[in-house]
Design a protein around this ligand. Structure first.
Ligand code: PRP
Length: 180
């Protein structure tokens, strides 16, 4: 049996359609560029979930942008955070004296971002900010607020636009709620 990842899948309900996503990303990019002026920005995408958002956001930011990636896994295939953050890929170089923005697809319990901020701060960036496409503030286990938030969403399991369920659905152009 193959898994149906089309929009006709009865288990999927569109939460944020593609046009709203793209419009909000343009706003975020413009806001970030305005805040940083013409300074270079090091965007650190947290893999895997952020890869599509990162691609659209860095183009919306424009100007001088460095692209870096961190491999992180906390959900390990399931629908609940394990609370254990595993680094699967480190940055390709130092970030000392650079203006950095960590780019996430979602902040849920906040455990991943809490860990990443501690880990990257000791590398002495000039500044470090957080941008997340989705924020689920009702589910926090540690205090955490992003500097740039695309959408605040309710406590539902969401997929698409980079977010997965057991590695599928990342290629949906919109954000959907998955109900088994
Ligand atoms: C997701 C997401 C964040 C993290 C947020 O990653 O991309 O990194 O969970 O959850 P938290 O706030 O509860 O820590 P996931 O472990 O699903 O890996 P993936 O990005 O490779 O899908």
């Amino acid at each position: 049996m193959t898994t149906n990842t089309t929009t006709s899948d009865q288990r999927l309900r569109v939460l944020i359609p593609e046009d709203r996503l793209q419009a909000r990303i343009q706003e975020l990019g413009a806001q970030i560029r305005a805040d940083f002026g013409d300074r270079p920005i090091t965007c650190i995408g947290v893999l895997k979930g952020s890869f599509i958002f990162m691609a659209d956001l860095v183009r919306a930011i424009g100007g001088d942008v460095r692209c870096e990636f961190l491999g992180v896994s906390s959900y390990q295939g399931g629908t609940k955070s394990t609370g254990v953050v595993k680094i699967t890929k480190d940055l390709s170089g130092p970030i000392e004296d650079q203006d950095c923005i960590i780019i996430e697809d979602i902040i849920d319990t906040g455990l991943t971002m809490h860990y990443l901020l501690e880990m990257l701060s000791v590398r002495k960036p000039r500044s470090i900010h957080v941008c997340t496409l989705l924020d689920k503030p009702s589910n926090r286990e540690v205090e955490m607020s992003a500097d740039y938030v695309g959408f605040s969403i309710p406590d539902e399991f969401v997929i698409g636009y980079g977010l997965d369920l057991s590695e599928l659905y990342r290629n949906l152009p919109h954000i959907a709620v998955y109900t088994p």
